[in-house]
Design a protein around this ligand. Structure first.
Ligand SMILES: Nc1nc2c(ncn2[C@@H]2O[C@H](COP(=O)(O)OP(=O)(O)OP(=O)(O)O)[C@@H](O)[C@H]2O)c(=O)[nH]1
Ligand SMILES: [Mg+2]
Length: 477
């Protein structure tokens, strides 16, 4: 049985891992730290000749004879020309990030020195690395799977606690483990069904259909959860677009300032103060919110500029992940507010209702006035009262549906698309079983599902796809 499974698996893999790509044998070099001036800079080489090339620039000792995972201090020289005093770290294949020989030169952080050292390495046989090439090699040498490699890029770009946490979970392989478990179960069934085909005509059923049905429905549920998590994943990665909308003078700019804790936007008693949209980012509990203060919306705009401003507000309202609808509790009437709420529902907006300026009429009177409307948060932006509650509600909207950052979250559009295909094929398998489809047809759908699962983790890939994925990395990673 075991060999049967193995054969099936390898038959499925079109271009499998460890395929050598063009340029693969070169030793590559790149600056691994940000360019520019700093205390230190790191230049990294990877490939068969990594240590040999640095050795030629390092007269103090013979690095080729040194052990893996050791550090060496000395002067780097290009012929007689002194480059810098450096520390060289050695990692010998396969015990390195890429799985190849790696030499890292820690030098002083001057662009001029970096340039000189990289040129010297190139002169001695290295070539400049392409973006993401170090991580690509790690993937091709089986050090990381594709989702882990992609998580490296996300980790470098992560700028909040939440995005950092999801990237780290993915690097540790949480996501790929879930998918692998799924894939293995499906493989077993696929193998059993194919075995039945070998005995066709003898009316045997090795693959228990009830078990398969349960497996497929579990798999579908898991896939749906992952698909749903993409929305949150996207938010964690890119931030939540939050538009503050309302009539002129409602206090939108005052609320923006209160949320930011700074006097960012101009506030005045003149209606129509904010003409253009103002965007600022705040971090609430590790989630980035892109706050957008907009021009107040009213029908009788005074001039062309205000008209354009209102157009923009409407556009921002439409594209926002969250709309904060702010109104002046004294000025707003209950019936009008109901009309506005109905309109926002109709446009399928995700909105928070906020009654502002409660300091004028008092909180109790405000509550009384809008008794029949639920879920209004009453605040005074000017006096900074209950602004914290607004922040809590904003976070609440993001995490509605009980999505947690501790769970596995899909943050990558490529994974999302493949998962949609996985779901489609699972539905096909389910329908196939309901219609008592013969084993050979069922197995086509199962294979299709396996193929898409494999594409996510990189068990099934092609060269173009890999180049595309890694081209999005920065050079030196
Ligand atoms: N009493 C009171 N006044 C407020 C409050 N919030 C804002 N205001 C005042 O309301 C006026 C308008 O505030 P803005 O923040 O400029 O209002 P806006 O919604 O940005 O107005 P436009 O940009 O013109 O659309 C200013 O005079 C503010 O000081 C509040 O909570 N209580
Ligand atoms: Mg304003």
């Amino acid at each position: 049985m075991a060999t049967f499974l193995l054969n099936l698996d390898s038959g499925l893999i079109l271009t499998c891992m460890n395929t050598k790509l063009s340029g693969w044998d070169d030793t590559i070099v790149a600056l691994a730290t940000p360019p520019g001036i700093g205390a230190l800079g790191i230049i990294r080489l990877s490939g068969a000749y990594a240590i040999e090339i640095v050795n030629r620039l390092f007269p103090a000792k013979d690095l080729a004879r040194e052990n893996s995972h050791t550090l060496h201090v000395g002067f780097l020289k290009n012929n007689e020309h002194m480059l810098d005093e450096v520390v060289v770290s050695l990692y010998k294949a396969p015990r390195s990030y890429t799985g190849e020989n790696i030499a890292e030169i820690t030098c002083h952080g001057s662009s001029f020195i970096h340039q000189q050292i990289i040129e010297a390495c190139i002169k001695h046989g290295a070539r400049l690395a392409k973006p993401g090439e170090f991580t690509q090699r790690a993937f091709l040498n089986g050090k990381l799977d594709l989702t882990q490699a992609e998580a490296v890029a996300d980790l470098i770009l992560s700028n909040t606690e939440a995005s950092h946490k999801t990237a780290l979970t993915n690097i540790r392989g949480g996501f790929s483990q879930t998918l692998k478990a799924l894939r293995e179960q499906l493989l077993t069934f696929s193998a059993l069904i194919e075995l039945e085909l070998d005995f066709s005509g003898e009316d045997v059923e090795f693959a228990d259909r009830t078990k398969l049905k349960n497996l497929v429905s579990d798999a579908k549920e898991q896939t749906e959860k992952l698909l749903l998590s993409f929305k949150l994943g996207n938010i964690i990665k890119n931030g939540v677009n939050t538009a503050i909308i309302g009539k002129p003078n409602a206090g939108k700019s005052t609320l923006l300032n209160a949320l930011l804790n700074e006097e960012r936007a101009i506030v005045s008693h003149i209606p129509g103060t904010t003409r253009d949209t103002i965007e600022e980012v705040i971090n609430i509990d590790g989630i980035l919110f892109r706050l957008i203060d907009t021009a107040g919306i009213r029908s009788g705009a005074l001039d062309e500029i205000e008209k354009v401003g209102i157009e923009r507000s409407l556009q921002k309202r439409q594209n926002a992940d969250i709309v904060i609808y702010l109104f002046d509790v004294e000025e707003m009437q209950e019936s009008e507010l109901k009309f506005i709420i109905a309109e926002m529902h109709q446009q399928e907006l995700n909105f928070l209702l906020i009654g502002n300026k409660v300091d004028i009429i008092g909180e109790e009177a405000a509550k009384e006035k809008f008794l029949t409307i639920e879920e209004i948060i009453f605040i005074s932006a000017k006096e900074n009262s209950h602004v914290e509650l607004v922040k809590e509600k904003m976070i609440g909207i993001v995490f509605q549906g009980n999505l947690q950052t501790e769970n596995i979250i899909v943050t990558n559009a490529r994974h999302y698309e493949a998962l949609q295909e996985v779901k489609r094929s699972l539905v096909d398998i389910e329908e196939g079983m309901e219609n008592k489809l013969p084993g050979d047809l069922l197995s086509i759908d199962i294979r299709r599902c396996l193929q898409y699962l494999g594409e996510i983790t990189g068990e099934i890939t092609n060269e173009d796809q890999l180049d595309y994925i890694f081209s999005k990395f920065c050079i030196g990673k």
